[in-house]
Design a protein around this ligand. Structure first.
Ligand code: TRP
Length: 338
């Protein structure tokens, strides 16, 4: 096809950290499943952000295993390496090189105001390292190096996309048009899955309460138990409502797992109690995750295949990344590499 008449697809980039040994239902519904759904409409680039993970201390053997598990999970969620670029951040050194340059165009005060930095330094008071502080410039490099238009992220990462955009705008202002200005892309459906125990809070991998989170590799009986214990309210009606965070969350989960609209879910459980509804939620989630879990298990037994996917992904990513990096180096006045 003649490229000049084909409208170029928008570039989508996102990343997920391989820390924590597996993803939650929230990561699955809110992030990686949507990434798979975007593959036909956009040029998608998906990355396992292992460099971001070491801002918090990791056990090396576990980080390696979790990186494989993250690749396997992205594949099992439907990301197709023939359609999208799937790679591991540290395999493309251009990100870290660009991050250094961007550090020099990012203000101390800007980084100090980032909510994630404030939260994480409060939680890891014994390890407030410089990487935790400059985390946003590495993330900006991840995004800007691919000239990304859209960055699908959870609400908690929106501020990071905004700072990437600010940094890009500042750089473009000094050196002329260099970077595409990225926008956060918050998927409409299932953007935020909440804790089953405290439904005002996001479902988090690091929540110490096992009953608060569904992990994608949980056994069916554990999933059923966690749903049975999920916090609801005293209204006793399967309906959404402003003061019904527990029900809002369960209805979202059930509708994503079954493909029904929230209205259909409310109609289906009209006159039925929370017990029936929670059981149905558990069963629907077990069924949704079953093929995913089986595929992750199969892929984890085939590390050679995972290595091959990562290798091919890194090669494709690097070609694009190097174009941006060279352009930036030239603009700031670095001599071309001899
Ligand atoms: N910081 C993101 C998170 O913890 C992961 C990430 C790293 C990312 N680089 C990115 C997300 C670039 C989007 C774009 O969830």
């Amino acid at each position: 096809m003649d490229e000049t008449v084909v409208e170029k697809k928008k570039v989508v980039l996102s990343g997920i950290q391989p820390s924590g040994n597996q993803f939650t239902l929230g990561n699955y519904i809110g992030a990686i499943r949507n990434w798979a759904l975007m593959q036909d409409s956009f040029d998608c680039i998906y990355m396992v952000a292992n460099e971001h993970s070491i801002t918090v201390r990791q056990e090396p053997a576990k980080l390696r295993e979790n990186t494989y598990r993250a690749i396997a999970s992205l594949l099992a969620a439907g990301i197709d390496p023939k359609k999208s670029i799937l790679f591991v951040q540290s395999h493309v050194p251009a990100h870290a090189e660009l991050a250094w340059i961007l550090d020099c165009y990012t203000m101390f005060g800007e980084l100090t105001r980032m909510t994630q930095f404030k939260d994480k330094s409060a939680k890891n008071a014994d390890n407030i390292n410089a990487g935790l502080f400059t985390y946003p410039t590495l993330m900006a490099a991840d995004i800007l190096i691919y000239q990304s238009d859209l960055v699908p992220v959870g609400a908690d990462q929106k501020q990071h996309v905004e700072i990437a955009r600010d940094i890009a705008g500042r750089f473009n202002g000094i050196y002329g048009n260099t970077f595409v200005l990225p926008e956060p892309y918050i998927p409409a459906m299932g953007a935020k899955i909440m804790s089953l125990a405290e439904p005002e809070k996001k479902m988090s991998k690091s929540d110490p309460n096992e009953n608060a989170k569904i992990l994608v590799m949980d056994k069916p009986e554990d999933i059923m138990r966690k749903f049975r214990r999920a916090v609801t309210d005293s209204y006793g009606e399967v309906r959404r409502g402003e003061d019904k965070p527990g029900l809002n969350n369960l209805i979202t989960i059930y509708s994503v797992a079954t493909g029904k609209t929230p209205e259909q879910v409310e109609a289906e459980f009209e006159g039925k109690g929370y017990g029936d509804f929670k059981t149905a939620c558990g069963e629907a989630v077990v069924e949704m995750l079953r093929p995913f879990r089986e595929q992750v298990e199969t892929l984890m037994k085939n590390k050679d295949y995972l290595d091959q996917v990562a290798k091919e992904g890194a090669e494709q990513a690097e070609r694009i990344a190097m174009r941006t990096l060279r352009k930036v180096q030239k603009k700031v006045g670095f001599l071309p590499r001899p």
